[in-house]
Design a protein around this ligand. Structure first.
Ligand SMILES: CC(C)(COP(=O)(O)OP(=O)(O)OC[C@H]1O[C@@H](n2cnc3c(N)ncnc32)[C@H](O)[C@@H]1OP(=O)(O)O)[C@@H](O)C(=O)NCCC(=O)NCCS
Length: 232
């Protein structure tokens, strides 16, 4: 079941909570039910029987990535500007994208979560991805943790989509995953990404060596998340 209530309508919110709906905050009221209970509302034709999770924000739908997203992902990931601070190696073929989607599907299956498609509600366009990746291998002296990441088509930068989608994902993560902290990493030169993390409330911890590259390590504690809305 999937429902929404008008912003700041306490009666409606209370009624939904009483029947077991979950609240997702930040600038909108979003209710989510996971798994088999999803209704057909907002399901797209192509992913109808695969979709497991939907989160809705004021402007965006977040869902698992599907092979039908390959053109949108190719547009994003073949852009050298998008890849400037993430290995600087834009994709050259749609086949590379298909392998990425296949890998994400394995992560959905094994970890229950991975990067999600971010879809503009107005246009139904997949504008990028945002989400939590589970690391079971050690990185910077941490192991078995969730890392927030995001990537958007260049034409959609500067609209607040990264912050809006990530805020909903952090809400989901702290409410449904058994974790007290969520981490993020960024190239120290990636000013746009660091601004997103700061707005979300992440704290810079240190710069560490990630396979030979200096990389900034950020941390967000469950205890502090939600105490204030992300700053614009
Ligand atoms: C990193 C990245 C996702 C940041 O995207 P972004 O669009 O700059 O980030 P936001 O979603 O926070 O939007 C930023 C701007 O939108 C503006 N904005 C416009 N309309 C808005 C709205 N309705 N709500 C909120 N912000 C809005 C904000 O003012 C903000 O600008 P400011 O932070 O300078 O004040 C993007 O640059 C990207 O995809 N880069 C390539 C991939 C990458 O480097 N990923 C990160 C790896 S660590």
């Amino acid at each position: 079941m999937y429902c929404s209530a008008a912003l700041y309508n306490p009666l409606a919110e209370h009624a939904l909570e009483k029947i077991g709906c979950l609240f997702f905050g930040w600038e909108t009221i979003v209710y989510l039910v996971v798994g088999d209970q999803l209704t057909d509302l907002h399901r797209t034709q192509e992913s109808q029987d695969k979709m497991k999770i939907i989160v809705e924000t004021a402007r965006l739908i977040l869902r698992e990535l599907e092979y039908t997203d390959e053109r949108d992902l190719f547009e994003m990931d073949s852009d050298p500007e998008v890849h400037l601070f993430i290995e600087n190696n834009p994709v050259k073929s749609i086949d590379e994208i298909r392998k990425v989607i296949a890998m994400l599907k394995v992560q959905y299956e094994e970890n229950g979560i991975a990067r999600w498609a971010v879809v503009d509600k107005l246009t139904n366009e997949c504008v990028g991805w945002s989400g939590l990746k589970y690391f079971d291998q050690p990185l910077n002296n941490h192991q078995n943790f969730y890392e927030l990441g995001y990537r958007f088509k260049r034409k959609h930068w500067g609209k607040g989509f990264a912050t809006e989608s990530s805020a909903a994902i952090l809400d989901y993560g702290f409410k449904h995953l058994n974790t007290d902290k969520i981490f993020a990493i960024s190239d120290p030169r990636n000013v746009n990404s660091k601004k997103v993390l700061t707005k979300l409330g992440f704290d810079f911890q240190e710069t560490f060596d990630y396979e030979g590259d200096p990389t900034d390590w950020f941390e967000l504690k469950k205890a502090t998340w939600g105490h204030k809305k992300p700053n614009r």
